[in-house]
Design a protein around this ligand. Sequence first.
Ligand SMILES: NC(=O)c1ccc[n+]([C@@H]2O[C@H](COP(=O)([O-])OP(=O)(O)OC[C@H]3O[C@@H](n4cnc5c(N)ncnc54)[C@H](O)[C@@H]3O)[C@@H](O)[C@H]2O)c1
Ligand SMILES: [Zn+2]
Ligand SMILES: [Zn+2]
Length: 347
Amino acid sequence: MRAVVFERYGEPAEVREVADPEPAEHGVVVRVEATGLCRSDWHGWQGHDPDIALPHVPGHELAGVVEAVGARVTGWRAGDRVTVPFVCACGSCPACAAGDQQVCERQTQPGFTHWGSFAHYVALDHADVNLVAVPDGMSQATAASLGCRFATAYRAVVQRGRVAAGEWVAVHGCGGVGLSAVMIAAAAGARVVAVDVSPAALALARRFGAAEGVNASAVRDPAEAVRDLTGGGAHLSLDALGAPATCGASVNGLRRRGRHVQVGLLPSPTGTTPVPMARAVALELELLGSHGMAAHSYPPMLELVRAGVLRPDLLVTSTIGLDTAPSALAAMDTARGAGVTVIEPWS
Ligand SMILES: NC(=O)c1ccc[n+]([C@@H]2O[C@H](COP(=O)([O-])OP(=O)(O)OC[C@H]3O[C@@H](n4cnc5c(N)ncnc54)[C@H](O)[C@@H]3O)[C@@H](O)[C@H]2O)c1
Ligand SMILES: [Zn+2]
Ligand SMILES: [Zn+2]
């Protein structure tokens, strides 16, 4: 099969022929029809993820068709249209037993712990625990976003953030995760302040329901701008980029008893990020992390998509082939594009 491969962190990836994957006995191989280009792929390429072994094939936000099925899989067969949470859970550890597959103790992640979906085919583990059927009528490009960023934003806003109608929600960083969060929070009846350094991203955020926009590169202090626009601070705020500046601005833009949800990955897995803890104490803030979303939590989100309340299809602003993927990954170093790029490996 053809796949995007990199041999060294941060050096150009290339498209080449590699061996087809085989399914594990509890897993499947999926023919990849669409796979999103997420900033987590860029983090992996930069060497920020200790799970990656070189050479490596990135890609974890995917949808496709089951091609081959392991002997112990009971719920899926060849030809099924599927997506998968990028955290593939084992189904049997204590976290999984508690229903928290998104933080499974023995998780695998395509594109991190093994080769991913910037390829014609990808192997996925524990199919009966992790696969999600793509509803009839949903395109594979739309379904791909449910594998990582849209589902992650849904859990961050609805489940971790406990968004409520009428609340102010600030979203720092309006790329794939952030725009999804804007759309989901607005649909829940929240008033959303979008924060980004890109005017194009802010324009999309307004299109997806943001009431206010803050250009972080044009104001002295984005947190102060959020507090001013929201009458004292947001009830809920997300760092949807993952940087010390956006993490700090998100916490500092909260009102008393507000909730911060950290979604953006921070540059080094072993490093630390300064967080304004004095403010967390004085204002009784909640500081939360959010990591993907378990397959069993998808039905309410899929129902909102089916009803047209949520429109992940609108997030896709660019569709490219496998050959363009290495340059698109490299362009994330400096990217100021807006919306989600989807790779169609067979196009
Ligand atoms: N926790 C999880 O489960 C999870 C899942 C998916 C992605 N992620 C992480 O979420 C983050 C976002 O991913 P993405 O694919 O949406 O990224 P993206 O590259 O699509 O978007 C990032 C956005 O941040 C904006 N930005 C840059 N500097 C900024 C600043 N100083 N202030 C405000 N905005 C700024 C950019 O203009 C861009 O619009 C990444 O760290 C990714 O690894 C985490
Ligand atoms: Zn991702
Ligand atoms: Zn587990």
